[in-house]
Design a protein around this ligand. Structure first.
Ligand SMILES: Cc1cc2nc3c(=O)[nH]c(=O)nc-3n(C[C@H](O)[C@H](O)[C@H](O)COP(=O)(O)OP(=O)(O)OC[C@H]3O[C@@H](n4cnc5c(N)ncnc54)[C@H](O)[C@@H]3O)c2cc1C
Length: 278
C-alpha cells in the first residue's frame, strides 16, 4: 500500500544508519543499550564495505600537479580548456585479476601525477607521483554503530579492512603490480627516489605496509542494504512511508567507483516514487 507521505533518507552510508538508529530502527540490543526505544529491530549499520587503498608515492624532479594552481594555468584552462588544471588527478588506471582463475578483477589501480600524502592533511615534501592499488571486490565487512544517543555525535565506524584472506591477498598483489610498473624504464626514469613505498617486498612486509599506510577510497556502502534493511523498492522493512536512497542500500560495494551506482539507485528510486515502474 502506498503511504500518504514519504520520508526519503539520503544521508550517506555513515549517517543514514545513524539517523535510523536514533529513530529507533536498528539492532534492538544496541538501541536498548543507548536507552533508545525500539521501533523496528533491523540489522541497520551492519555489512559496511569500502575500497581499501594503499598509496605508493615516488619522488620526481619533473613538475607535478603540486604547482599547477597558477594564474597562467587558470587562464589557459578558461580560455582554451587546456593545461595541467584539466587533470582529474587519477589520470590513469586499470583493473586487474590478482589470480587468473578469478571471474573478474579484484584489484583496481589508480595513477596520479602528484603525491597523495596523508589525505591532503600533510604538506608533501616536493614533486612526486602516486600509484594507488585498491581492493575493489572486498569480502571484509564492518559496521556503523552508535557512540551516543545524541544526533550531533558521529557514529562509531569500524571497517574491518583486510580481515579476510582474499582481501589481504588482493592488496598484496595490487602493491606488487604497482612496484612492477614503477620498475619499468619509462617510469623509473622519472623517479628520483621513494617517498612512501614498502621497504620489504615479501608478502608479510607488503601486508604490514598496507595495514600501516592504507586508507579509505571514500566509497562506503551497504549499511542499509537491500534485502536486510530495505526492500527492493528501498522501503524500510516494517516502517510505512520511509525509504533510504543513497549508497547505503547497495548490498555490496560495486566493483568500481561508487558515484554512478549511487546515482543509478537514486534514478531508480525517483521512478519508483513517481510510480513509473513496478
Ligand atoms: C573525497 C571523495 C572523493 C570521491 N571521489 C569519487 C570518484 O572519483 N568517483 C566516484 O565514483 N565516487 C567518488 N567518491 C564517492 C562518492 O562521492 C560517493 O559514493 C557518493 O557521493 C555517495 O552518495 P550518497 O548519496 O550515498 O552520500 P553523500 O554524497 O555523502 O550524500 C549524503 C548527504 O547527506 C548529508 N547529510 C548527512 N547527514 C545529514 C544530516 N544529519 N542532516 C542533513 N544532511 C545530512 C551530507 O552532507 C551529504 O550531502 C568520492 C567521495 C569522496 C568523499
Amino acid at each position: 500500500m502506498r503511504a500518504e507521505r514519504e520520508v526519503i533518507l539520503s544521508a550517506g552510508a555513515y549517517e543514514s544508519p545513524k539517523l535510523l538508529m536514533l529513530s529507533g530502527i536498528g539492532p534492538a540490543a544496541l538501541l536498548s543499550a543507548f536507552g533508545l526505544g525500539v521501533v523496528r529491530d533491523l540489522p541497520v549499520g551492519q555489512g559496511l564495505q569500502d575500497h581499501y587503498m594503499t598509496l605508493l608515492n615516488f619522488r620526481t624532479d619533473v613538475d607535478s600537479l603540486l604547482t599547477a594552481a597558477t594564474p597562467e594555468n587558470a587562464a589557459l584552462l578558461q580560455s582554451e580548456g587546456r593545461g595541467p588544471l584539466t587533470s582529474n588527478l587519477g589520470e590513469a588506471g586499470g583493473f586487474f585479476r590478482s589470480r587468473p582463475e578469478l571471474d573478474a578483477p579484484d584489484v583496481q589501480f589508480h595513477a596520479a601525477p602528484v603525491p597523495f600524502h596523508q589525505e591532503g592533511l600533510g604538506a608533501p615534501a616536493g614533486h612526486g607521483f602516486a600509484f594507488g592499488p585498491c581492493v575493489v571486490a572486498p569480502t571484509s565487512r564492518g559496521a556503523v554503530t552508535l557512540r551516543s544517543p545524541r544526533p550531533d555525535v558521529a557514529p562509531r565506524i569500524v571497517h574491518n579492512y583486510l580481515t579476510t584472506a582474499e582481501d589481504r591477498a588482493a592488496i598484496v598483489a595490487g602493491i606488487r603490480i604497482a612496484l612492477e610498473i614503477a620498475a619499468r624504464p619509462a617510469v623509473s626514469a622519472l623517479a628520483t627516489g621513494a617517498f612512501d613505498v614498502p621497504a620489504s617486498h615479501d608478502d608479510a612486509g607488503l601486508l604490514g605496509w598496507a595495514r600501516r599506510s592504507g586508507q579509505t577510497l571514500y566509497h562506503p556502502t551497504s549499511t542499509c542494504a537491500i534485502g536486510s534493511v530495505v526492500d527492493p523498492e528501498l522501503r524500510v522493512y516494517g516502517v510505512a512511508g520511509l525509504r533510504v536512497v543513497d549508497a547505503s542500500v547497495l548490498p555490496s560495494v560495486p566493483r568500481g567507483n561508487t558515484n554512478a551506482p549511487t546515482i543509478m539507485a537514486a534514478e531508480k528510486a525517483s521512478d519508483l516514487i513517481k510510480g513509473a515502474v513496478r
